[in-house]
Design a binder for this molecule. Structure first.
Ligand code: SF4
Length: 694
C-alpha cells in the first residue's frame, strides 16, 4: 500500500493526451498532485479514464524538465542559461535580424496540438501580426489535416459530426484505420458496451485489432486490406450499395446535390470499382466486402469511426471524402447514432485546427484571401494582413534548404522525431539561423535549436482543449508554472519583445477575443464553461447550448457534396529488395513519441517498441520471437525486437513508435497526401532480417 496522504484541495481539469478529452479531478496537497481521479461529471468520460491519464501528472515534476531559458550562437556550442528577459530580447533581435537580412517571409511558426486553444490562437496571431506573414502550420499537418480538407469539401466544416453519446444509438459501426482500444480507450469502452448490446461491427484494418475479437464482442466482418488501399475498398463498398439499389434516395434528394450524386453513382458503379475487380490488389475477399457493404447500408443507424490509418496516406483526403460519400449515400448523417467521426489523436488537434493554425486559414476555417474575414482581424489587431497563404511545414523545411527561410518558432512539437523523412527535417533545421524550441524537455528538435524556451504542462495553466467531438473543455491551473511562465505568457512576452502591444492578463481574455472573431465560438466564455462544464461548437446566439450533432437540417455548405474518389496506388512499391509493407500504430500505455508517458509511472510498461511479423514471413527469414531484427527501407534502417503473430497478414509488418531508439521515421518515406501534405506514415516498403545476419 502506498501512502499518498490526504488531499487538501482539488480542481477539475482535462487530460492532455488523446482526443477523448477526459475530465479529471486533480487532488492536491499544497502544490503537489497526489492523484488524478476521473471526474464523474466529465461529459466525455463520465468517471472513466485510462492508465495514461491517471498518471499524467508524473511528467510535470520529472527531473528532465528544463526550467530555465537557454541560448547558444551555434548548434555545436554548449547551451547557456539566461534570464527570461535576455531570452526574449535575444530571440526578438534574431528574428528581426533575419527578416531584415532575408525578407519578411524568412521566418515562421508551428503551433502545438498539445497546447490550449488560447495558446494556439496566440502563436498564429504572433506569426500573422508579428512576423507579418502566414507561415504558420500545426502538428495536425502530420495527422488529421486530410480530415480538415475532406470533411470540409463534403460537408462544409472540418470536424466530426457527432458527440460520443451518439454511439448509444448506433446499430452498425465501421471502424477503419483506428485502434480505439489502445488509442482512445475510454471511448472504446463505450463502443464495446454498445456492441455487447447487439450493435454490429465492421473493422477495416490490415491488422486484427483487439476490437475484432474481444470478450463478448466479435466483429461481423474484418476486412484486412493491404496497406494503402483504403480508397479502393471504400469505393468498392459504395459500388455494392449503388449497384444493389441500397442508397437512401430520399435523404440524398432532400440533402445533397442530386446531379453530383448521379455523377458519383455512375462512377462507383463502373465494374472496375467492384469488389471482384479490386480484390486482387486490396487483398479483401469480394464476398466479405459485399456483405459488409450490405450490412452498413441496411443495418440501421450506421456510424463511421476512423483514425490515422485513413489520413496518413498519399490519398488520405480522398479516403476521408470516400467515408463522407458512404455516409451520405446511406443517409447516415444528421441524427443520433450515425455520422463520420474522426478519432483525434492529440488532446487538442481539433482545437489547433479550429484556431487558425493552417497557413491558408484564419480561426474558424476561413480562407486568408477573404477580404471580409481579414478585415475583422485587421481591425482588432491593428495591422494589415497578408492575403496569400503561407508555407506548410515541409515547405518551410524545403525553403530553408533551397531558399531563404531562416527562423522557426516551434511550440510543443518535436518535428525531428515526429515528422517524416528525418534526414530532410534535419537538413532544413540545420540550414536555419534561429530555431526556437518551446517545450518541456530537450527533445530531438532541440539538437538543432539556438533558443530553448521552457514550456509548461497542462497542470500549470488555464485554458481550453477541444476534443474529438468538438467539446470545449476547461483546463485549470492546479500548480504554479515550475518554469515561471505558462506557455501563453511565453508567447505574449515574445510578442512584446517584438514590439507588439498585447495586454492579456488571463487566458479568459484570449477566449473572449476568439469569441469576438470566430462565429462558431461566439457564445463561448469561461463563465459559461464553468457553469455548463463544457460545450460543443458551434456555440453562438443561434445555438447557445452548443451543437452535439451537426448537419441535422442541412449541411454547413448547404447541400452535401458527393465527390469521385479515384483510387491511385501509392508510389511506394514493394519489390524484391523491400517485399513487405510496414504500418504503424500505438499501444495503450504510451502516447505518440512517448516524451510524456516515458516520464510517468507508465514507463515500465512496454519499455520498447516491437515489430509484429507474421509467422510465415518470420519463418521464411529465419526470425525467432523476441529476436533483434533489422528493419530496412529505401529511406534508412533501424533495429528492434520481433514479435511473431498472426495479428498481421503475411506481407505486412507493424510497429509502434513510442521510443526514440526505434527511429520509425528514419524508415518512412517522404510521400504525402496530395491535398494536405500529410505524410504517408502508414505504408512503407521494407525488408526484415535477423540483426546479426549477413
Ligand atoms: Fe482519457 Fe485519452 Fe486521457 Fe486516456 S489518454 S484518460 S482516454 S483523454
Amino acid at each position: 500500500v502506498i501512502d499518498i496522504g490526504l488531499p487538501e484541495h482539488s480542481k477539475v481539469t482535462t487530460c492532455a493526451y488523446c482526443g477523448v478529452g477526459c475530465s479529471f479531478k486533480a487532488e492536491m496537497r499544497g502544490e503537489e498532485v497526489v492523484r488524478m481521479v476521473p471526474w464523474k461529471d466529465g461529459k466525455a468520460n463520465r468517471g472513466h479514464s485510462c492508465v495514461k491519464g491517471r498518471f499524467a501528472w508524473g511528467y510535470a515534476t520529472h527531473r528532465d524538465r528544463i526550467l530555465n531559458p537557454m541560448i547558444r550562437e551555434k548548434i555545436t556550442d554548449p547551451w547557456r542559461e539566461v534570464s527570461w528577459e535576455e531570452a526574449f530580447a535575444h530571440t526578438a533581435r534574431e528574428l528581426r535580424r533575419i527578416q531584415h537580412q532575408y525578407g519578411r517571409e524568412a521566418i515562421g511558426g508551428i503551433t502545438s496540438s498539445r497546447c490550449t486553444n488560447e495558446e494556439t490562437y496566440l502563436v498564429q496571431k504572433l506569426v500573422r501580426a508579428g512576423f507579418r506573414n502566414n507561415n504558420v502550420d500545426t502538428c495536425a499537418r502530420v495527422c488529421h489535416s486530410p480530415t480538415g480538407y475532406g470533411l470540409g469539401q463534403a460537408f462544409g466544416t472540418s470536424a466530426g459530426t457527432q458527440d460520443f453519446d451518439s454511439v448509444e444509438d448506433t446499430d452498425v459501426m465501421i471502424v477503419i484505420g483506428a485502434n480505439p482500444t489502445d488509442g482512445h480507450p475510454v471511448f472504446a469502452s463505450r463502443m464495446k458496451k454498445r456492441l455487447r448490446q447487439g450493435a454490429r461491427l465492421i473493422v477495416i484494418d490490415p491488422r486484427r485489432i483487439d476490437l475484432v475479437r474481444t470478450p463478448h464482442v466479435e466483429a461481423a466482418h474484418h476486412l484486412p486490406l493491404k496497406p494503402g488501399t483504403n480508397v479502393a475498398v471504400l469505393t468498392a463498398m459504395a459500388h455494392v450499395i449503388v449497384t444493389e439499389g441500397l442508397c437512401d434516395e430520399r435523404f440524398i434528394r432532400e440533402r445533397c446535390d442530386w446531379s453530383e450524386f448521379e455523377d458519383w453513382a455512375a462512377f462507383v458503379a463502373e465494374e472496375r470499382h467492384g469488389p471482384e475487380a479490386t480484390a486482387a490488389y486490396t487483398g479483401v475477399d469480394a464476398e466479405a466486402l459485399r456483405q459488409a457493404a450490405r450490412l452498413f447500408a441496411t443495418g440501421g443507424n450506421g456510424a463511421i469511426y476512423y483514425g490515422l490509418g485513413v489520413t496518413e496516406h498519399s490519398q488520405g483526403s480522398t479516403a476521408v471524402m470516400a467515408l463522407a460519400n458512404l455516409a451520405m449515400a446511406t443517409g447516415n448523417i444528421g441524427r443520433r447514432g450515425v455520422g463520420v467521426n474522426p478519432l483525434r489523436g492529440q488532446n487538442n488537434v481539433q482545437g489547433s485546427c479550429d484556431m487558425g493554425s493552417f497557413p491558408h486559414e484564419l480561426p474558424g476555417y476561413r480562407h486568408i484571401s477573404g477580404d471580409e474575414t481579414r478585415q475583422i482581424f485587421e481591425k482588432l489587431w491593428g495591422v494589415e494582413l497578408d492575403s496569400e497563404p503561407g508555407l506548410r511545414i515541409p515547405n518551410m523545411l524545403d525553403a530553408a534548404v533551397h531558399g531563404n527561410f531562416r527562423g522557426l518558432y516551434v511550440q510543443g512539437e518535436d518535428i525531428l522525431q515526429s515528422d517524416p523523412d528525418t534526414k530532410h527535417v534535419a537538413a532544413g533545421l540545420a540550414a536555419m539561423e534561429c530555431v526556437i524550441v518551446h517545450d518541456l524537455f530537450l527533445n530531438e528538435t532541440a539538437n538543432y535549436a539556438h533558443v530553448f524556451l521552457p514550456g509548461s504542462t497542462f497542470l500549470e495553466k488555464d485554458g481550453t482543449f477541444t476534443n474529438a467531438e468538438r467539446r470545449i473543455n476547461r483546463v485549470r491551473k492546479v500548480m504554479s508554472p515550475k518554469n515561471g511562465y505558462a506557455d501563453w505568457e511565453v508567447t505574449l512576452k515574445l510578442a512584446e519583445a517584438l514590439g507588439l502591444d498585447w495586454s492579456y492578463r488571463h487566458p479568459s481574455e484570449i477566449m473572449d477575443e476568439i469569441a469576438a472573431t470566430t462565429p462558431s465560438f461566439a457564445g463561448v466564455n469561461y463563465a459559461m464553461l464553468d457553469q455548463k462544464g463544457s460545450v460543443q461548437w458551434p456555440c453562438n446566439a443561434s445555438v447557445p447550448d452548443g451543437t452535439p450533432i451537426m448537419h441535422i437540417d442541412g449541411f454547413v455548405r448547404g447541400r452535401g457534396k458527393f465527390i469521385r474518389t479515384e483510387y491511385v496506388a501509392t508510389d511506394e512499391k514493394t519489390g524484391p529488395r523491400f517485399p513487405l509493407l510496414l504500418t504503424t500504430g500505438r499501444i495503450l500505455s504510451q502516447y505518440n513519441v512517448g516524451a510524456q508517458t516515458r516520464r510517468t509511472a507508465n514507463s515500465t510498461w512496454h519499455a520498447e517498441d516491437r515489430l509484429e511479423v507474421h509467422p510465415h514471413d518470420a519463418e521464411q527469414r529465419g526470425i525467432r520471437d523476441g529476436e533483434l531484427v533489422k528493419l530496412a527501407s529505401r529511406s534508412g534502417a533501424t533495429a528492434l525486437r520481433a514479435r511473431i503473430t498472426d495479428r498481421v497478414a503475411t506481407g505486412v509488418v507493424y510497429t509502434t513508435f513510442h521510443h526514440p531508439d526505434t527511429q520509425a521515421n528514419v524508415i518512412t518515406t517522404d510521400y504525402t497526401d496530395w491535398a494536405t501534405n500529410c505524410p504517408e506514415y502508414k505504408v512503407t516498403a521494407v525488408q526484415v532480417s535477423p540483426a546479426n545476419g549477413p
